[in-house]
Design a protein around this ligand. Sequence first.
Ligand SMILES: Nc1nc2c(c(=O)[nH]1)N[C@H]1C(S)=C(S)[C@@H](COP(=O)(O)OP(=O)(O)OC[C@H]3O[C@@H](n4cnc5c(=O)[nH]c(N)nc54)[C@H](O)[C@@H]3O)O[C@H]1N2
Ligand SMILES: Nc1nc2c(c(=O)[nH]1)N[C@H]1C(S)=C(S)[C@@H](COP(=O)(O)OP(=O)(O)OC[C@H]3O[C@@H](n4cnc5c(=O)[nH]c(N)nc54)[C@H](O)[C@@H]3O)O[C@H]1N2
Ligand SMILES: [Mo]
Length: 758
Amino acid sequence: MADDIPRYRPYHHPAGGWGAAAATAKVLMEQSVVTKGSRALLSMNQPGGFKCSSCAFPDADCKKTLEFCENGVKALAHEATKFRVTRDFFAEHSVSALMEQSDYWLEMQGRLTEPMRYDAASDHYVPISWDDAFRTIGDHLRALDHPDQAEFYTSGRTPNEAAFLYSIFVRQFGTNNFPDCSNMCHEPTSRGLQPVIGVGKGTVVLEDFEHAEAIFIIGQNTGTNSPRMMTNLVEARKRGVPIVAVNPMPERALMKFTEPQDVVQMATFGSTEITSEFVHIRIGGDLAFLKGIMKVIFEREAAGETVIDHAFIAEHTVGMEAVRAEVEDQNWADIVEASGLEEAQIRRCAEIYIRSRATMICYGMGITQHQQGSRLVQQIANLLFLKGNFGRPGAGISPIRGHSNVQGDRTVGIDEKPTPAYLDRVREVFGFEPPRAFGHHAVETVEAMRRGEVKVFIGLGGNFIRAMSDTPRAYDAMRTVGLSVGIATKLNRSHLVHGREALILPVVARSEWIRTSAGEQFVTIEDSMSNVTASRGVLEPAGPDLLPEVEIVCRMARATLPDSHIPWESYVEDYGLIRDKIGEVYPAIYADFRNRITVDKGFHLDVPPRRRVWNTPNGKANFLVLPGLAANDPVADPAMLRLATVRSHDQFNTTIYSYNDRYRGVYNDRMVVFMNAQDLADRGLESGSAIALETISSDGVERRVEGLTALDYPMSRGSIAGYYPELNPLLPLDYYDRISGTPAAKSIPVRVVASSGA
Ligand SMILES: Nc1nc2c(c(=O)[nH]1)N[C@H]1C(S)=C(S)[C@@H](COP(=O)(O)OP(=O)(O)OC[C@H]3O[C@@H](n4cnc5c(=O)[nH]c(N)nc54)[C@H](O)[C@@H]3O)O[C@H]1N2
Ligand SMILES: Nc1nc2c(c(=O)[nH]1)N[C@H]1C(S)=C(S)[C@@H](COP(=O)(O)OP(=O)(O)OC[C@H]3O[C@@H](n4cnc5c(=O)[nH]c(N)nc54)[C@H](O)[C@@H]3O)O[C@H]1N2
Ligand SMILES: [Mo]
């Protein structure tokens, strides 16, 4: 981009609309896949087609002829790209040279095409046959003193069939070490909700949007990260449903949105105001906000009004009195201070909640990525219980998941803390004794590496070491490993920061077909609302040497467990056989999987709280207290700012599509820090000042990121934001939610320091 074009220009248009249409065309052109990509788009989220890999939000039962969004198109275009990473590419670039390149550059090189092995003598990746690659993995795993010396990571694009077999293979091998992208993401939902409603999943389905009388969206950037949900929000708004958005950043799409699919709005440059109440919360202030609303409810009850659903409370719940006592103890001055909000606004939100007979609360990383992430999720449930907002149309809790199959992978066994009941089923169905000891989550995996205890790391998808906290220390940790394996579509940092030996194994992507001796195969995924659907790729695989993830898992299993009586070879050919086994291990939800999946729109996995059935130890819905108002440990330093690391509009996690973030008005730069004007002025800074950020921590490690530009942005006071993964060096490995293991990536205590490079 030319230097005379300003890098920072506020975006005044509604989100979506023509800006999205233009971005869609641009990315198809950049990846040189206009015709192929456009053809494939006609099959995305359609019966007989494949599922969009960009997010976990459900698609609308084929109601619309074209259910896709700008960011879905980016995901597809980057997958269908005409660019290729070949053996010649690796011959040309040493690993050290590749390390100098940006994440964006690595992504833009295109699809991986053949298995490669790291050659330490030359510092290059060199070709290896598939047979030798599997032999290498098998040899390393069989040589371990104990299976717990290996770590088996999963990222949430992996489909159910591959994830299920992976969980069986690894357990037969003998460990529960299943670090997962979910451990950095919605694990606070999985762990936090389990004791509260008996299942670690959301309870809302798509139709509920049509019945909701109020929708809260807390800490979730809908227009960028689950754009298909915008359709539901627009429809709800048009019905006059109040929408409350709680966010330290006034995210553009939550303010004004033009539906690219709405011909009239497009033609007239019209738009819909999405948020009726924008709650400009301080980072981590959500606990105070939720308690403020509950306090109003309890006040009104004390004054003789009936606002609580007493019948629901009496029949279904335990523990409300303890929550009431704790909430009543909080005073307004503290609530106002901790939330950064005015009491009057909290009262308005309480009024919206009280008036609504069916409220849905959606939330994302702005809730989960705090030190108290799991218990924050529980507070959302507390609020919903008060008015019986479970098991009624239009009501419920709605975690908006990230990766398109992250929920599914967890459902089919990717779990470092498996339940005894599940392990018993595995033993019965597969006839081996699975390990009972809990395994490592993501943070524990890096800690184990740092102690030198990990000999093998296998990454089924994802970019583990780039997504993790404490970048330099995470890199050092990975380099202690004997063998690291990346099973991937694209080259990424985790292939360059590797063990003494390393493999890159290229896979067939979601949009591509899988043909075996038994004919064309399909895979299945589970979306954020527990719908299971089939996904059939329509494009020719990016190269003749790619293997499907299912086959890679089966061949790793065979190479590692030569005596295993599990028929791995037959699963490679016929994915229906895998689904039969899933049905046997999970009869309550997956019985008759084979037949139920033949219906175009798939089927819904039973979520008992939707029927007001609570599979908790006491058979009730449980109110749980989180004392106080702080979602994170207090920090004494008066110069402290809370940093949220967030996604731009042009990235998918560690995959950087471009350096622009249109809705936030940033172009050609990712090294920016969004700051409130007063926070800038207090530090003698102005918009455009060069700064560095330094983490405030007591472990004696200096964590600093240089080369940042401070931007005047309407952030709430004391709250700043910048981009992940560039700012991950500021996130201490030890800074995470103890219940779920999820790094507190939205509330890093930092201070601004002068940039030494300035
Ligand atoms: N295009 C695209 N789609 C994606 C992804 C992607 O990278 N790109 N990633 C996928 C994945 S894996 C996930 S998990 C989801 C992530 O989707 P989101 O949950 O939307 O994730 P983030 O962009 O990290 O930001 C969350 C929001 O939380 C706000 N926030 C920060 N701190 C706080 C706080 O203390 N309180 C409140 N109330 N809000 C806060 C931020 O301002 C931001 O708007 O999206 C998925 N979909
Ligand atoms: N500071 C900070 N850190 C964070 C977050 C944050 O908000 N702030 N968010 C966290 C969250 S929510 C998440 S989910 C994690 C994400 O962590 P990961 O899931 O590990 O990371 P991704 O960037 O999604 O992984 C991208 C890589 O996946 C591979 N890939 C893509 N499609 C496929 C496929 O179909 N099959 C296979 N086998 N591989 C494929 C490609 O090679 C690509 O390079 O990051 C976490 N880290
Ligand atoms: Mo995520």
